[in-house]
Design a protein around this ligand. Structure first.
Ligand code: CP
Length: 324
């Protein structure tokens, strides 16, 4: 594996290897000394052109636990504000000895361009690009599902065959939804999207999943329900029902959660908009894995970095971005 651009680039065996490696990383995190020497002497740059809390800090924690040297670059306060291009920014960083680049960018396709343009030689990891992909989010979500729905030890070497996963909300603007649909399908899960009609992407009929507009009918048949953030910053007001209407039809409250099977979990990639997408009662309940997902993000990103820069090599090809 040279780059990680899209969840669609991962085969089942690639994905299971990453999840199994993440499991090993999680065991290291349980030890008194959490650090591994695997990436000692390597320098990784976190290149963030969009805001982030979880992904940026999680990558930094993962890199430090693998003993890499870390450079954090935020577009805000950099020469990007003077008009410097992605190419010149990346080449400037590589000239300073960067061995890998983790990039978040508002433009769908920016990580693909960086990985395939020949501008730099370093491996590129997509930390979220526009509405296109967020592959490490999908991997940490799959890791969380496998641990909770298959078992912590029983899950090793296994996929998510037969698990029924429901994604709810703003699918149109969600790179998390696209990445999860791709990866969950590869791992054998049955995915259903539930969204207001104005927030369902054109062409969704070609995606490997079902679409429903009736959350209450889908909930009793779900092993995991992932609520998606409503991305008002990417949205034309005409796309959106009123907050009250959205919450009434697509929000998850205690009454709705009670319709889910007893073993089923509630997920959210964060940041959550409490009240509208998910009530505090649900977000703070034992069935909600939001904080577990954050912890698992560090293990999963350690696994990706280790496999890209220091470990075994699953074969991965690249898929040209098609997200808007
Ligand atoms: N889930 C996620 O990508 O969160 P951040 O935007 O805080 O990184």
């Amino acid at each position: 594996m040279r780059h990680l651009i899209s969840a669609a680039d991962l085969t089942r065996d690639d994905a299971v290897l990453i999840l199994d490696t993440a499991d090993e990383m999680a065991r290291v995190a349980d030890r008194p000394i959490k650090k591994l020497p695997a990436l000692r002497g390597r320098t990784i740059c976190n290149l963030f052109f969009e805001d982030s809390t979880r992904t940026r800090i999680s990558f930094e924690a993962a890199e430090k636990r693998l003993s890499a040297d870390v450079i954090n670059f935020a577009a805000k306060g950099s020469s990007v504000s003077k008009g410097e291009s992605l190419k010149d920014t990346a080449q400037t960083l590589e000239a300073m000895g960067v061995d890998a680049v983790v990039i978040r960018h508002g433009a769908s396709g920016a990580p693909y361009r960086l990985a395939t343009s020949g501008w730099i030689d370093a491996p590129v990891i997509n930390a979220g690009d526009g509405t296109h992909q967020h592959p490490t989010q999908a991997l940490l979500d799959a890791f969380t599902m496998r641990r909770r729905l298959v078992g912590k030890d029983e899950g090793l070497g296994k996929d998510l065959s037969g698990k029924r996963i429901t994604l709810v909300g703003d699918v149109l603007h969600s790179r998390v939804a696209r990445s999860n649909v791709d990866l969950l399908h590869t791992l054998g899960a049955q995915v259903t999207l539930v969204a207001p009609p104005t927030l369902v992407p054109v062409g969704v009929d070609t995606w490997p999943c079902d679409v429903s507009y009736d959350l209450d009918r889908v909930l009793p048949k779900s092993d995991a329900v992932m609520m998606l953030r409503v991305q008002r910053e990417r949205m034309n007001a005409a796309f959106f029902p009123t907050e009250r209407e959205y919450s009434r039809r697509y929000g998850l409250d205690g009454e709705r959660m009670a319709k889910m099977p007893e073993h089923a979990i509630v997920m959210h990639p964060g940041p959550m908009v409490r009240g509208m997408e998910i009530t505090a009662e649900v977000a703070d309940s034992d069935r909600c894995t939001v904080i577990e997902q954050v912890a698992n993000g560090v293990h999963t990103r350690m696994a990706v970095l280790y496999l890209l820069l220091g470990g075994n090599e699953p074969a991965v090809t690249h898929t040209r971005p098609t997200g808007s």
